[in-house]
Design a protein around this ligand. Structure first.
Ligand code: PHE
Length: 360
């Protein structure tokens, strides 16, 4: 097309060139009117051919600069109306194929959006477990896990609860009917015994997992629940290390203004032993129904690992000391998410679980 005008410049030939362009426009118009699209691909090919940056409309418009000044406005009108015509037709063609899911000639249209897939959410107990674990991981604790079906040695005897120890009654145990030696673990302390038994020191682990106790199921207690236990064994580990570790945990978990207190307690596997409370998250120590008017919430048991437990695992108790602590996961989860019945955690009711889609 460009070459037409180079000859036109030299005389009246340009009139012929203009005429030819007008004829060309007519032919394009016929082509456009006859065009019918079946697929998004065909529409795109149309767009590129006529309206693309190197398309027909652009090329024809570019001819304007070669038109003699006195012809320019008439010719410009023709070109502009051709441009407008092409754009309008393109819009209509595009609209006509929208909603067609299968292309005419080339099978499925992979450019269409897929059917939405319902994405699940994490269970509130998992969310709480992950929060607890990640705080201790930042202090250098590694996650360790162990079996839920356990033998008597790892759940009781190695933890300084020999056969007739009265404290066994505190943990209402489910025994497996096949053998009195096998049981469902009553705490995740079995993992501590297994890890210490590996003989690699120091030990700095956090043990999350499910535990079982033969308790009546109610809004407050269940026959299975979850715990996170921690264990740190090294030379010169002291009760001060335990306190500082737990203090850091509480501040990260519940906030900087939450207070802690330790009360002397008893566990066969730790000496001295303590229970740790935090100031009530709801009434901030004033006293409310959640903290039973005490201003405090009990959240974990802890203590210095009993020398006998270390010896049971082949660790020299003269050289090494350590601390251990254990807490339930459900209780803090109830507090954090404002849930008033522990049974909701294990009923698999989607109306309940769906509420945690965006929770952290
Ligand atoms: N194992 C104890 C329980 O299940 C918790 C605990 C762990 C206490 C470690 C002290 C030290 O109740």
């Amino acid at each position: 097309m460009h070459c037409l005008w180079t000859t036109a410049k030299r005389g009246s030939l340009y009139l012929r060139a203009m005429d030819e362009i007008l004829q060309q426009i007519d032919r394009y118009k016929d082509e456009i009117n006859a065009f019918q699209a079946g697929t998004a691909e065909e529409v795109e090919t149309f767009r590129i051919r006529f309206l693309g940056t190197k398309g027909i409309v652009k090329n024809i418009m570019a001819e304007m600069k070669n038109v003699p000044a006195d012809q320019r406005s008439a010719f410009g009108q023709v070109l502009n109306s051709f441009k407008q015509f092409t754009e309008e037709r393109y819009a209509l063609i595009k609209e006509s194929i929208q909603g067609k899911s299968v292309s005419r000639s080339s099978g499925p249209d992979f450019t269409l959006p897929g059917d939405p897939i319902a994405i699940g959410s994490r269970h509130p107990v998992t969310l709480m477990r992950n929060r607890i674990v990640s705080i201790f991981q930042r202090l250098g604790f590694a996650v360790a896990e162990g079996p839920e079906i356990e033998d008597d040695w790892h759940n009781f005897t190695a933890l300084n609860l020999d056969e007739n120890h009265p404290a066994r009654d505190m943990q209402d145990t489910f025994y497996l009917s096949t053998s009195p030696d096998w049981l469902l673990r009553t705490h995740t302390s079995n993992v501590q015994i297994r890890e210490m038994g590996k003989g690699k020191l120091p030990v700095r682990i956090i043990c999350p997992g499910r535990v079982y106790r033969n308790e009546t199921v109610s809004a407050r207690s269940h026959c299975f629940f979850h715990q996170v236990e921690g264990l740190y064994i090294d030379e010169q580990v002291s009760f001060a290390d335990l306190k500082q570790t737990l203090y850091f945990f509480v501040q990260e978990m519940f906030g900087k203004d939450v207070k802690i207190r330790f009360r002397p307690s008893y566990f066969p596997f730790t000496e001295p032993s303590a229970e740790m409370d935090i100031s009530c998250l709801l009434c901030h120590g004033e006293g409310c129904s959640v903290c039973k008017r005490t201003g405090w919430l009990e959240i974990l048991g802890c203590g210095m690992v009993h020398p006998k437990v270390l010896e049971n695992c082949g660790i020299d108790s003269q050289r090494y000391t350590g601390f251990a602590f254990g807490m339930g996961i459900e209780r803090p989860a109830l507090l954090k998410y404002g849930i008033n019945d522990i049974r909701l955690f294990s009923e698999n009711d989607l109306r309940f679980l769906n509420q945690f889609t965006s929770a952290t």
